[in-house]
Design a protein around this ligand. Structure first.
Ligand SMILES: Nc1ncnc2c1ncn2[C@@H]1O[C@H](COP(=O)(O)OP(=O)(O)O)[C@@H](O)[C@H]1O
Ligand SMILES: [Mg+2]
Length: 259
């Protein structure tokens, strides 16, 4: 059971709309993320998850609605202002620099997020507290890490800037199911640091296990949104998620599917 969230969400998305040129792909999306909690945004391939995240970060323009970060309206703010305001983002399929060491990757991550040189090394130490395996391997080439460890390193790069809320776009993408569970457990540890996490996933079971809130997106709209402890029966969720899948080509089959 999770306690009722106290205070205000660190990220409040209201009636968000976005698209590409004249093509609208997201309508009326509302999502809350509380400090120290995880909201999972589920949806099949093409549902509009990445487009939603990009509109939250400012990489895509919000054509409707609003984005509030730590109480401030950032709907029209530049990407770097949002980063400075505490927004972290790990893009889908994020790759680390294989020929740099783990520590060099972290330092580059902080540097590209506008951190001062003096702060970089100290901050790497706090990333090692979150992901001890990265500390153990700090001097090794990132290319020598396992897939799951490389994903942790990509998340570690975003942690360098001390985000208040972290957007993770399919961190389990391309990983074996057993590794995926491990990455989910590690991601859940970010909550202990008081970070709010917005986790985008296609895999229902593994992500809902570590979630406090669940939002299902389909065809650019919210189909389902609830606190996890209000969901008595996961089958309601599975139905919202898989209901419209009529066999065939959907990537949603990557999860265990309806039973
Ligand atoms: N750069 C782009 N230009 C035009 N359409 C895009 C672009 N990126 C995504 N789309 C379209 O937007 C819709 C939502 O895509 P996306 O947000 O990537 O979904 P998801 O992350 O849930 O798989 C899809 O129909 C996709 O084809
Ligand atoms: Mg995507």
């Amino acid at each position: 059971m999770t306690a009722e969230p106290s205070g205000e969400p660190v990220l409040r998305v209201r009636d968000l709309g976005t698209g590409y040129g004249d093509l609208r792909v997201v309508w009326d999306v509302s999502i809350d993320v509380w400090p120290g909690e995880m909201t999972v945004l589920l949806g099949r391939n093409g549902a509009g998850k990445t487009s939603t995240l990009r509109a939250v970060t400012g990489l895509n323009k919000a054509v409707a609605g609003s984005v509030e970060l730590a109480g401030a309206d950032v709907t029209r703010a530049a990407v770097h202002q949002r980063v400075r305001g505490g927004l972290g983002y790990v893009q889908e399929g994020k790759r680390v620099f294989h020929k740099q060491t783990v520590e060099q990757n972290l330092i580059l991550g902080g540097y590209t997020r506008g951190m001062s040189r003096s702060a970089l090394r100290a901050e790497a130490g706090s990333v090692y507290e979150v992901f001890p395996v990265l500390g153990e391997k700090r001097g090794l080439l990132a290319g020598s890490l396992s897939g799951g460890q490389q994903q942790m390193l990509a998340i570690g790069q975003a942690l360098m800037a001390r985000p208040k809320v972290l957007l993770l776009d399919e961190p389990s993408g391309g990983l074996a199911p057993v590794v995926m569970g491990e990455v989910m457990r590690q991601v859940a540890r970010l909550k202990e640091r008081g970070i709010g996490v917005l986790l985008v996933e296609q895999a229902l079971e593994a992500s809902v296990r570590v979630a406090d809130h669940v939002v299902v997106l389909d065809m650019g709209r919210v189909l389902f949104s609830a606190r996890k402890d209000e969901i008595d029966d996961l089958s309601v969720l599975r139905e919202a998620y898989f209901g419209k899948v009529s066999g065939g080509s959907s990537d949603a089959g990557k999860s265990s599917g309806p039973t």
